[in-house]
Design a binder for this molecule. Structure first.
Ligand code: GLA
Length: 347
């Protein structure tokens, strides 16, 4: 295992550092301490060719100007909260209305736009970056001083594990995830329309026009949302299913997982032979197929465009604060928040 630390940029007088973990197979994971943002994941294809499989930038300016959360940790509450407010014990908390009058991904300066402290833990067969941050009481409107610790571990089996731990000195809400956009073709040679996704999920959340859950949980059976035996992403981009159309001709939906830690999410690109297995302790995964990706910027020389990458955001259910039948995102005072997701790259 090897670790390279380099200066990435200066921001408001603070230095942003890139940490590149390299395992004995040559797999590389580059992360900056700005938002714990994964800027690059380099893995082999079926012929052993090492290429990058995530969307990312090489300058802080590009992240600030163009990034729709590329590779970042999002929170304190990932996804949307209707009307940007919630009530806890009789107190209503008002959050930033940063998406159509609703709240998205933690607000204006969420966990994705702060600089985290970093420690490195070296073991024989793995390397871990431990990111820590104190989100103060009232930050972005959320109650409680929330201590977050996020660990990125790369091992020699081409597995990247991300664990999220949090504790607050007041009752609050926490639902944190990583917002990486994957494209297994390598160096963005193709878009993700031909990627095949398999999900252990037989239900998904219905969305309204503002992409907010209506509260209805729909069966995937006989719909373009049925990924049980694998389905190509393109099959959801030209249907007349109102849920695909609402999402911008694609997917932007939470899927309820029927299994955990057991290959419940599997993405495969036949042309390169690359695969990605994702295992988690979370109840859901939001599949977002990059339907809103703008085309007025380039990513390392490749024009950005719709469907150039897809996200598989393992988390609790968006807007659960307004739907009592959803698993709760409420964290009691001094209660430990724990979420873990493993990304297993195959070729
Ligand atoms: C999430 C949302 C999408 C979009 C992206 C970021 O995945 O579900 O609607 O907002 O974030 O652009």
């Amino acid at each position: 295992m090897n670790l390279i630390q380099e200066k990435f940029a200066e921001l408001d007088g603070q230095t942003i550092t890139t940490f590149t973990m390299i395992n004995d197979q040559g797999m590389e994971v580059s992360t900056i301490d700005y938002g714990c943002t994964i800027t690059r994941i380099v893995v082999p294809d079926r012929n052993g060719t090492l290429e990058n499989v995530v969307l990312g930038f090489d300058t802080i300016e590009e992240y600030q100007q163009h990034s729709p959360y590329f590779g970042a940790v999002v929170g304190r509450h990932a996804g949307r909260i209707a009307n940007a407010e919630f009530t806890l014990e009789g107190t209503t908390y008002h959050l930033a209305k940063n998406n159509n009058g609703n709240h998205l991904h933690g607000g204006i300066k969420g966990l994705d736009k702060v600089i985290w402290n970093t420690e490195v833990v070296e073991e024989k067969d793995s390397l871990t970056l431990v990111f820590t941050y104190l989100s103060k009481d009232g930050e972005e409107g959320y109650p409680g001083n929330l201590k977050m610790k996020i660990s990125y571990t790369l091992n020699n089996d081409n597995e990247l594990q991300i664990s999220y731990e949090g504790v607050s000195d007041q009752k609050t809400v926490v639902n944190v995830t990583n917002h990486s956009y994957f494209n297994l073709s390598g160096n963005l040679k193709r878009d993700v329309l031909n990627h095949k996704l398999t999900l252990k999920s037989n239900r998904f959340l219905e969305l309204d026009e503002e992409l907010i859950p209506t509260g209805e949980i729909l069966p995937v059976e006989n719909t373009s949302f049925d990924f049980l035996s694998g389905r190509k992403i393109m099959e959801g981009t030209d249907t007349n299913d109102s849920q695909n159309i609402i999402a911008g001709n694609g997917y932007d939906h939470p899927f309820l997982l029927t299994d955990n830690h057991n290959k419940e999410i599997y993405l495969f690109d036949d042309e390169s032979g690359r695969g990605l297995i994702i295992e988690t302790n979370q109840p859901a995964v939001v599949l977002y197929t990059g339907n809103q990706l703008a085309d007025d910027f380039s990513i390392r020389g490749i024009n950005s465009r719709k469907y150039l990458g897809l996200c598989l955001e393992t988390q609790g259910l968006p807007d659960s604060l307004n739907h009592p039948h959803f698993p709760s995102a409420i964290l009691e005072k001094d209660q430990g928040y724990y979420s873990v997701t493993k990304y297993i790259f195959t070729n």
